[in-house]
Design a protein around this ligand. Structure first.
Ligand code: ATP
Ligand code: MG
Length: 270
């Protein structure tokens, strides 16, 4: 099950130039693709296009092909796409329904609206909470959780819909290090369960830990892409407005200080 973008471009309604150009991207099952780039590079726009919200909800004009398992999804309505592709944004509070008084109701909200059988909703909700390790939050008021907990609840709400693909735009942007680790672990677990995940993330240390590949956007185009280790160690990264992971910075500093890099590598591995 692969979500694929081939030669995709996108222009917002009324914009004079495209915000995305020539995007080729594949998200096979179980992959975590990190998406980075300077501010305004087009990361959020790519999330909107990959999830189908643009143009269906956002408007604008898409070029190229977006396919699921080699089937062109151009004519699919949003409700059909959204059963296959979940999308999450950086502010978890805005993703919560605001009508549920407990986390359990919040996570059950999507499947209930789809008219899923009641006992299946209950089972599915517990399963979604369990896969993120937050069953203990089931009875809590979503509005009174920490940002990290809210982001996990929002992700559980996505999971309860059993998406094959998830598109997450800066899911840890508002989170402290502990919340960031929780979301990172959840993403890795989902990928291990076969979900494919496109995740925009400024924290390259997190991507170094969870991403199978990384795509760097610059002015709406793919500037670099490939295996995580290679892309995150690319000397062009800083010029592209992306912070290097701590390990890469350390290696560079050590090399320029004349430290024996083989010994440093050994130390970093320990
Ligand atoms: N609704 C819109 N209408 C017209 N142009 C837009 C709209 N939203 C974004 N853009 C433009 O599209 C380009 C890409 O913006 P986008 O928000 O995707 O960047 P980003 O990489 O997510 O940036 P950030 O790091 O700030 O989140 C920018 O030039 C931006 O000005
Ligand atoms: Mg953005």
């Amino acid at each position: 099950m692969t979500l694929r973008l081939s030669g995709v471009g996108y222009r917002y309604a009324g914009a004079t130039r495209p915000s995305l150009l020539d995007i080729d991207l594949a998200l096979p099952n179980g992959s975590v693709v990190g998406l980075v780039g300077a501010s305004e590079a087009g990361k959020t726009t790519l999330c909107l296009v990959a999830s189908g919200l643009a143009p269906r909800v956002v408007g604008g004009q898409v070029r190229g092909t977006i396919s699921l398992d080699d089937e062109d999804v151009d004519a699919w309505p949003m409700h059909r796409l959204s059963q296959r592709i979940g999308i999450g944004f950086q502010n978890p509070a805005t993703q919560l329904s605001q009508v549920a008084s407990t986390v359990f109701e919040e996570v059950a909200f999507g499947p209930m609206n789809l008219g899923v059988d009641r006992s299946d909703v209950v089972d599915g909700t517990w399963a979604a909470l369990g896969s993120l390790g937050i069953e203990d939050l089931a009875g809590r008021d979503p509005a009174r959780l920490s940002g990290g907990q809210q982001q996990l609840v929002a992700m559980a709400g996505l999971l309860a819909m059993h998406p094959e693909h998830l598109v997450l735009d800066e899911p840890t942007a508002q989170l402290d290090p502990a919340g960031t680790r929780l979301v990172g672990a959840a993403i890795s677990q989902l990928a291990a369960d076969g979900v494919s995940i496109l995740v925009t993330e400024q924290k390259t240390d997190l991507l170094a830990a969870i991403a199978s590949s990384v795509v760097v956007l610059a002015e709406g185009r793919i500037a670099l892409s490939g295996p995580t280790d290679e892309v995150l160690a690319d000397p062009r990264l800083a010029d592209l407005g992306v912070a290097e992971p701590a390990a890469v910075r350390l290696r560079r500093a050590a090399t320029s200080a004349g430290v024996d890099t083989a010994r440093l590598e050994a130390a970093l591995r320990d």
